[in-house]
Design a protein around this ligand. Structure first.
Ligand code: MN
Ligand code: MN
Length: 367
């Protein structure tokens, strides 16, 4: 577990005694144990001078071991007091527990107060979230493989979705067809709620699929992804259902040029802000700048949105192993929306996309 070793080194470098990894997503990152603990407590405790241990609901212990956790693991039953038990376990393990690191971006205040109750003399100076974010910026070849598989699943989802568009069907029908088709192939989990939006609905980038029937001669926007063993895909395509007007066609072409040019511009050393500008300049010059209302992209990995953020003001240089989306969009209220998105990983001399569904305008005939 190289990642856990890196975390232990960080604990020592920061002169901490204890780090409490509380976010199930981070527990999975360090241990390979993927679990939604719901309201129960799942934690990984890492020390400067002792071996780490996992603390989990009793009913999860078998799965944690099956996932490959070979360190100590302690369970609790629903009627027991987890933080009192955790405190005892820590005090048995080490005599140093006064300086803590916490995942400050996600630990609920209520749980923080329960920790503090057990350790009234402790201080909590370190934000482990920053360390985890920094580690997650760079993906290992094994992680990239899992994301490539997730990308293949997203490509399959597009095929299922394009085949499902028919007159009389609603956006929600098409979502159902996609997810049913994936599940029949054993792909059980999406990385976020699948978006299918037709016509003017697509002008609301994060709106959901509606009950409206998909009308001919509109564009239909798909945004979807799967969760492959804890690693996500995320991709968008916009297709033509029937004939498009010149203006519909124009916004598609502008968005496509922005997407392709930006994807082509990725190489080690370019900054996130420069990359955003590559795409934004194309859309602005074409007269649609005011309709591109979000950043160019976001990092992706064990979560759908992480670092790096591809946006104005972020002068981080992109480097091999970083993974992020390139997703320009043009959203004209009461008219139409277009978004075209691939996630990529930076290579030594460019980048490689995780999804490969064609971005040339796909015409789906109206029968
Ligand atoms: Mn997306
Ligand atoms: Mn995205």
């Amino acid at each position: 577990m190289k990642k856990l070793e890196s975390l232990q080194n960080w604990v020592q470098d920061q002169h901490l005694d204890v780090v409490y990894i509380s976010d199930p997503n981070s527990v999975a990152y360090f241990t390979n144990f993927i679990s939604d603990a719901h309201e129960r407590i799942l934690g990984l405790f890492v020390f400067a001078d002792a071996e780490p241990f996992m603390f989990a609901p009793e009913l999860s212990i078998g799965s944690a071991k099956k996932a490959g956790w070979t360190g100590d693991i302690y369970g609790y039953l629903d009627h027991q007091k987890p933080f009192a038990m955790i405190a005892d376990l820590i005090k048995q393990r080490t005599s140093h527990y006064s300086v803590w690191g916490l995942e400050k971006d996600s630990l609920p205040v209520e749980r923080f107060e329960l920790v503090r109750e057990q350790f009234p003399n402790a201080t909590f100076p370190a934000n482990v979230s920053e360390c985890v974010r920094q580690m997650k910026l760079f993906k290992t070849p094994g992680e990239i493989n899992l994301m490539e598989e997730a990308g293949e699943q997203a490509d399959l989802a597009f095929t299922l979705g394009f085949n499902a568009i028919q007159e009389g069907r609603t956006e929600q029908d098409v979502v159902a067809e996609i997810q049913y088709g994936l599940m029949k192939q054993g792909i059980m989990e999406m990385s976020f709620d699948t978006i299918v939006q037709a016509g003017a609905n697509a002008a609301n980038p994060h709106g959901g699929p509606e009950k409206d029937k998909i009308q001919p001669n509109q564009m239909v926007l798909f945004d979807l992804g799967t969760n492959n063993k804890g690693y996500m895909s995320d991709a968008s395509r916009t297709v033509a259902f029937g004939q498009l007007s010149d203006k519909q066609r124009e916004i598609y072409d502008v968005c496509l040029e922005a997407q392709l040019t930006a994807q082509d511009a990725v190489k080690p050393g370019i900054t996130a802000a420069q990359l955003d500008k590559v795409a934004r300049d194309i859309i602005t010059k074409a007269g649609y700048g005011e309709y591109f209302i979000h950043r160019l992209g976001h990092g992706i990995g064990t979560s759908t949105h992480e670092f790096p953020s591809i946006m104005e003001g972020n002068n981080m240089e992109l480097q091999p192993g970083m993974c992020f989306s390139i997703e320009p969009g043009i959203y004209i209220p009461n008219f139409a929306g277009v978004r075209i998105e691939d996630c990529v990983h930076v290579t030594e001399n460019g980048c490689k996309a995780f999804t490969h569904t064609s971005k040339a305008l796909n015409h789906i005939p109206v029968h």
